[in-house]
Design a protein around this ligand. Structure first.
Ligand SMILES: [Zn+2]
Length: 156
């Protein structure tokens, strides 16, 4: 007769493995509930619900200090101040991420527009959008919500 105990044992291990993985991910960035406590309302809406802050209202659109802009949710370094430029659009704008692969791109067809959404690869937080009309040699304009990033100034 087929011995089901081995199958059950295997299945149980798999379930435990899965639960552990989910818990690890939650420990890293925090559960939705803890994110709501840790982030401001604006930060939560922008990163978790792909909301956009109003132009010229964020804390970094005219920021000029040197440093590294990190993901507000998981602290991953995303942009260097060296890639920031004044686009006049009212949101912090960058011409390149700090490293290949740390930004994930996704097609966004909300509000009747075809745009490319940018997300933190590490935690999936919404960051903003990328447009192909940048003035620098990269040709890219990463239009990012201030609410989704945190500037770590140099010497800090
Ligand atoms: Zn992140």
């Amino acid at each position: 007769m087929f011995d089901t105990s081995i199958f059950i044992k295997f299945f149980k291990n798999y379930i435990f493995y899965y639960i552990e993985r989910v818990e690890n991910t939650e420990n890293q960035i925090g559960s939705k509930e803890s994110l709501r406590e840790r982030l401001t309302d604006q930060q939560y809406k922008c990163t978790q619900e792909a909301d956009t802050e109003a132009p010229f209202t964020g804390i970094y659109w005219d920021e000029t200090r040197d440093g590294t802009y990190r993901c507000i949710v998981c602290d991953e370094p995303l942009f260097s101040s060296g890639s920031k430029f004044d686009s006049g659009c009212g949101w912090p704008s960058f011409d390149a991420p700090i490293q290949e692969g740390i930004i994930t791109f996704r097609s966004d067809q909300s509000f009747g527009m075809i745009r490319t959404e940018t997300l933190c690869t590490n935690c999936g937080a919404h960051l903003g959008h990328i447009f192909p009309d940048g003035p620098t040699p990269t040709g890219d304009r990463y239009c990012i919500n201030s609410a989704c990033i945190n500037l770590e100034t140099e010497g800090n």
